[in-house]
Design a protein around this ligand. Structure first.
Ligand SMILES: [Zn+2]
Length: 135
């Protein structure tokens, strides 16, 4: 497994600026519905529970559980070639939302994960999810 290669450089835009700013500080930013309080994925523009349309940024604990995963052996695009093989999966945050993310360590259903932050020389900082149990 190639757990040390970084993603191709990412750039923030107006919708992702707060997420990447938090990542640069080693914090995981998610959204929270200002109407019902439900925690939402970082990309949420509306609440999937009550339909509230003004989710606000908040900090998440960075703890999660591995739901499912796959290991990529053939790069889907040449820019990913230096990374293969790598594992991506679905992480259920302790706060509830699910994220699609890179997984490092030995994946196992139900494994405890924690967010660690990568600060590449080029592009934005971002979280990767490390298996912390069952190794
Ligand atoms: Zn809501």
């Amino acid at each position: 497994m190639n757990d040390t290669a970084t993603w191709p450089p990412m750039r923030r835009d107006a919708k992702s600026a707060e997420f990447f700013e938090a990542a640069s500080r080693g914090e995981l930013a998610i959204k929270k519905c200002t109407d019902c309080g439900r925690s939402l994925a970082p990309e949420a523009m509306v609440c999937t529970d009550c339909g509230g349309s003004v989710p606000a940024w908040t900090s998440a604990s960075g703890a999660g559980t591995l739901i499912t995963w796959t290991t990529v052996h053939k790069a889907p695009n040449p820019v990913f070639a230096p990374m293969v093989p790598y594992t991506v999966g679905v992480v259920e945050l302790a706060e509830g939302p699910w994220l699609y993310a890179r997984i490092t360590g030995e994946p196992r259903a139900g494994a405890a994960l924690r967010a660690e932050f990568v600060h590449p020389a080029e592009g934005e900082s971002y979280p990767t999810w490390v298996v912390t149990s069952g190794q």
